[in-house]
Design a protein around this ligand. Structure first.
Ligand code: XMP
Length: 526
């Protein structure tokens, strides 16, 4: 597999992404990784871009052993400059930064391994279109290197060593703005590195199941929380496939879930997927603690802390049952549905002195219960988890489900959370989502939900005036939830939803649609 060494560029994780799309397994580690400490031998190494200048006093550098590992190396942007610096080339700040689209001219060197980088990649007479983003550039080639591509302003846009498989490109092949960039990465990883070990969900499942079995041994028990969301369901099903009933799923009903959610999840996980699940109805406890609380951060804190308390209590019960049965071992592991984007956050290179932060938010649980963390999805992106879910026969409507926040409806009820308010919102949300599905729009929307605004608006029903509350509908499309656009519903769909909610949900006499993008709004109302 391919080792990606990260110098902290905002695009680093896209290199991983492209390799995966090419069916190539890869792992990203901080650029400070010592080769001698690596437990596996990479088939090739890619050096990422960076916000640093290679000549800055605090600039990060790779272990020189990278170039002595006897495997091909590709440097991207800063990675190219790092190669140039290591081999004695010259890098200087450029008089005009190259940023945005550029056309590069590919040079035929006649040296087979050097020409391999761009071999077979189609482009017009004007050159290959790529995306640039750099301030420094190479002003002289290191000894024994050749130019394999250039632009009018940058004579060394791509370079290769004369006899060794060491390459550098100034542009960013990993971004989609370089339309053929993925093919350049493909040339490197497949043709030059010769990687054959395919990465696909089909091969992922047996490998991961074998890994889980090895980790958990013959007797160890695993516990994990499930929410009804995609990640925890897929993780739970995978654990069940690997170790059967030695995996104990716990679902906490916190009283602020969607309509009949606990019942539906129980049915799906136990009857359809065979997972060993206990549902704990703690809604009274949660709603009791939420009484009178209006501040959203306070609501989040109460729900988070109460969750840990309830979960630990249930886990302790399971522990006791296991202890009474000599064929069972102790609970040793806590399952988490951590995905690769969370892992990236914790492994990205953040500067020479930055402390690598932990990405999981269950530290308390791990310490109190002396558990070790097991994260079978930690190498996957969200769409890969969905693909995995489909292969594991998880129903399609669940695999494509929108995200739902941990604090649930509590952050969608403005003001105090009471059983009555929860019931109103559950009902309105159920109608909203059902109508979105009926209109065939669910999969075009990234997240949709209803919020309850506790204002009294005037209305008229029959001959009487009403003073009832307002439902706000939200639907957004987004790639990563950092920015989002509001979704443009056909008016007829909104009309139907509004009519159904005002007619069917008692206590609501008005429905509004939220037309705020993020920023300046957020996805949630609280
Ligand atoms: P915002 O409102 O920050 O939402 O634009 C972005 C995404 O995060 C979800 N979200 C949360 N998820 N606990 C969660 O587990 C929370 O407290 C929380 N707040 C927001 C939100 O639903 C959206 O998907």
């Amino acid at each position: 597999s391919i080792l990606i060494l990260d110098f902290g560029s905002q695009y680093s994780h896209l290199i991983t992404r492209r390799c995966r799309e090419l069916g190539v397994y890869c792992e990203m580690l901080p650029c400070t990784q010592k080769m001698a400490d690596l437990s596996w031998k990479p088939t090739g190494i890619i050096l990422s871009g960076s916000p640093y200048s290679v000549y800055a006093p605090d600039a990060p550098h790779v272990d020189p052993a990278v170039f002595e590992a006897g495997v091909p190396v590709l440097g991207i942007c800063y990675g190219l400059q790092e190669i140039a610096k290591t081999f004695g080339g010259n890098v200087e700040p450029h008089s005009h930064r190259e940023y945005g689209h550029a056309q590069i001219q590919i040079v035929k060197t006649g040296v087979a391994h050097a020409d391999a980088l761009f071999e077979g990649i189609q482009h017009g007479p004007e050159g290959l279109q790529v995306w640039m983003s750099h301030g420094d550039q190479l002003t002289s080639l290191p000894p024994n290197f050749m130019t394999v591509a250039h632009t009018p302003t940058s004579p060394f846009t791509a370079i290769a060593h004369e006899s060794r498989p060491i390459y550098g490109v100034q542009f960013h092949p990993e971004v989609t703005h370089s339309p053929r960039g993925k093919e350049v990465i493909g040339s490197f990883v497949k043709n030059i590195c010769g990687v054959r070990d395919g990465w696909s969900m089909d091969t992922f499942i047996p490998k991961e199941i074998a890994r889980i079995r090895e980790i958990c041994g013959d007797k160890g028990q695993v516990i994990g929380a499930v929410s009804g969301g995609v990640d925890s369901t897929v993780a739970a099903k995978l654990m069940h496939e690997a170790i059967g009933d030695r995996f104990h799923a716990i679902m906490v009903d916190n009283g602020v879930l969607r309509l009949d959610e606990a019942k539906k999840v129980k049915k799906m996980l136990t009857e359809d997927l065979g997972v060993n699940l206990t549902v704990v109805d703690a809604s009274d406890l949660f709603l009791g603690r939420l009484a009178g609380v209006e501040d959203p951060e306070q609501k989040r804190k109460i729900i988070g802390n109460t969750f840990i308390e309830v979960f630990e209590e249930k886990a302790a019960e399971i522990e006791k049952e296991c202890a009474a049965d000599s064929s069972k071992g102790p609970i040793e592991w806590l399952l988490q549905g951590t995905l690769y984007p969370d892992v990236i956050e914790s492994i990205s290179f953040k500067g020479p002195s930055a402390v690598i932060k932990s990405h999981h938010n269950v530290g308390g649980l791990l310490e109190d219960m002396k558990l070790k963390l097991i994260e079978p999805l930690r190498e996957l992106f969200k769409d890969e988890v969905r693909a995995l879910g489909r292969l594991l026969d998880i129903p399609a409507h669940l695999v494509g489900r929108h995200p739902f926040p941990g604090p649930g409806l509590a952050i969608r009820i403005l003001g105090e959370v009471t059983r009555e308010q929860v019931a109103i919102l559950q009902h309105a949300d159920e109608i909203y989502i059902a109508e979105i599905r009926a209109a065939g729009l669910y999969d075009q929307i990234s997240q949709a939900f209803a919020a309850l605004l506790p204002v009294r608006a005037v209305g008229v029903m029959g001959d009487a005036r009403t003073y009832d509350q307002v439902i706000a509908l939200r639907a957004v499309s987004t790639e990563d939830f950092m920015t989002a656009d509001w979704f443009e519903f056909p008016a007829s769909v909104l009309k139907k939803i509004s009519s159904r909610i005002t007619n069917e949900v008692r206590g609501i006499n008005r429905v509004v649609y939220d037309i705020t993008s993020k920023p300046p709004g957020t996805v949630e109302w609280l």
